[in-house]
Design a protein around this ligand. Structure first.
Ligand code: KIV
Ligand code: ZN
Length: 512
């Protein structure tokens, strides 16, 4: 029996720290359920002490998830740890992940603490946490750039205090594979009680090597936990990508000799859910989950694959959730079929009224678009922020005019706290006119830092999915909207971003 590699997913914590990727409690819960379907071993649900919104999200996930361990991040202090433990109270299996920086640079410039003070605080925090919970992970932040002698002292001490997992982050993505692998191996060899803990790798992707570094930490260093995110979501260039690391371990089992418990068939659905929820589009040539990942364009490749798949394919598309792009539902499909499809896609709506609202939107879409794909259904569910009456702004209708040689004009009706308002404007193009019309009424003053359009299922008959990133008073949010009409999708995305800017309370304050 091969050793098991623990998959620790931090999409909802480190992934969410990506500017604009903040999620509501319900969005996080939906993704957590999908991670559970994937059979992720540990779900880092958030950073409970960072905001009330994050506390509630961790709590909701802890109460809902049965099969995965639910984890909360905590700075190395009693208050953060106690808050995490409180949020995790309902979990079947709970973990606290506490951290403090150990590199000379971080200790001196950021923490303004001496190494001895950091060592004491690390010990004290793990001792405090271990008195409340059995499963304690410790991370020396910026561990890879820390002095190995000092790091060994800290890690030996926290293991002696009861830390059960030791995670060694390459916080700034500075490592290269061989050196990172040797760094982990060296620590494990030098720390006298290293065998009392599971060793974990946590790599950022600043030099594009997060997956390679993580795999080297496993192969050379002997780590048995990898921390990763769906689509590699994360601050700056992101984190190690779950789908890539898992498929590398599975596909090259001959080399790694390890087992992972992940049910890979749910990978693509998880990727789409995260992308549609956060507005972070997956690049077409992204390994495993990109639209082109299994597409063979050259004649020679196509010929080879038709004769024998393994001439050019090292993985089977079906194994990660790609199926023939099948039409799943249409105009005549009933509520039960819709509900069943939601379930198959891992979407669990909380109440009958939410299902009814989503079904009404589905019927509306089916009237305009004869073939409804899985992607459409996922988009429709993600789109609820401009369809729900809980939100401040909601889309109602749009009419716009554009003609060669004429300046485009848009007139939009939308709701502001339930009341309909009308606004109109001209613009450089129909999208510009529409967003200017909204802004003429709302006057948010937000700066648009990104606008992107994507065809959900490939052709011009598909829905357009628009992402709008707005920045205001230091906050960055992404809004996503979808519709067969991309101008309407743009209006929805803009209103969704405005909703996110408004709803401070239930969103997570980014980690400092
Ligand atoms: O990158 C990092 O150092 C982290 C720690 C909090 C584990 O995310
Ligand atoms: Zn990190």
């Amino acid at each position: 029996m091969a050793d098991k590699l623990i998959i620790f997913d931090t999409t909802l914590r480190d992934g969410e720290q990506s500017p604009g990727a903040s999620m509501t409690r319900d969005e996080k819960l939906r993704i957590a359920r999908q991670l559970e379907r994937l059979k992720v071993d540990v779900i880092e649900a958030g950073f409970a002490a960072s905001s009330n919104g994050d506390f509630e999200a961790v709590q909701a996930i802890a109460n809902a998830i049965k099969d995965s361990t639910v984890c909360s991040l905590a700075r190395a202090n009693d208050k953060d740890i106690a808050r995490s433990v409180e949020a995790l109270r309902g979990a079947q299996r709970a973990r606290v992940h506490t951290f403090i920086a150990t590199s000379a640079l971080h200790m001196e410039k950021k923490l303004r603490m001496s190494p001895e003070q950091v060592l004491e605080q690390a010990k004290q925090s793990v001792r405090f946490a271990r008195n409340l919970l059995d499963d304690i992970e410790f991370s020396p932040e910026d561990g890879y750039r820390s002095d190995p002698d000092f790091l060994c002292r800290v890690l030996e001490a926290v293991i002696a205090e009861g830390a059960t997992t030791i995670n060694v982050p390459d916080t700034v993505g500075y490592a290269v594979p061989e050196l990172y692998g040797e760094f982990i191996r060296n620590l494990r060899e030098r720390v006298p009680n290293s065998d009392k803990a599971i060793w974990s790798v946590h790599c950022h992707n600043d030099l594009g090597m997060a997956v390679a570094n993580s795999l080297a930490g496993v192969k050379i260093g002997g780590a048995r936990q990898v921390e990763c995110t769906i689509n590699g979501l994360g601050e700056r260039a992101g984190n190690c990508s779950l789908e890539e690391v898992v498929m590398a371990i599975k596909t090259r089992r001959d080399y790694f000799g390890l087992e992972v418990g992940i049910d890979t068939h749910h990978i693509l659905a998880a990727s789409r859910m995260v992308s549609q929820t956060t507005g972070f589009v997956v690049q077409p040539n992204k390994a495993v989950v990109g639209a082109n990942a299994f597409a063979h364009a050259s004649g020679i490749h196509q010929d080879g694959v038709l004769k024998a798949r393994d001439t050019y394919e090292i993985m089977r598309a079906e194994d990660v959730g790609w199926s023939a792009n099948k039409i799943v539902l249409g105009k005549l499909s009933g509520r039960n079929a819709f509900k069943q499809r939601l379930q198959d896609l891992g979407v669990q709506l909380e109440s009958e009224s939410e299902i009814n609202a989503a079904f009404a939107r589905f019927k509306e879409l089916a009237d305009r678009k004869s073939e409804i794909f899985d992607e459409d259904i996922l988009a429709l569910v993600s789109d609820e922020s401009v369809s729900s009456d809980k939100e401040q702004f909601g889309f109602v209708s749009l009419s716009q005019r554009s003609e060669t040689g004429e300046r485009p004009h848009a007139a939009i009706v939308f709701t502001v706290t339930g009341l309909e308002v009308k606004a109109q404007s001209e613009g450089n193009g129909p999208v510009d006119a529409t967003l200017k019309a909204i802004e003429s009424h709302v006057q948010s003053g937000a700066e648009m830092v990104l606008y992107s359009v994507n065809a959900i299922s490939g052709s011009t008959e598909s829905q357009g999915e628009v992402t709008v990133r707005l920045q205001n008073s230091g906050r960055v949010v992404n809004g996503v909207g979808s519709d067969p009409d991309i101008v309407v999708a743009s209006a929805k995305a803009y209103l969704s971003a405005l909703n996110k800017l408004q709803s401070k309370a239930d969103r997570v304050a980014a980690q400092g």
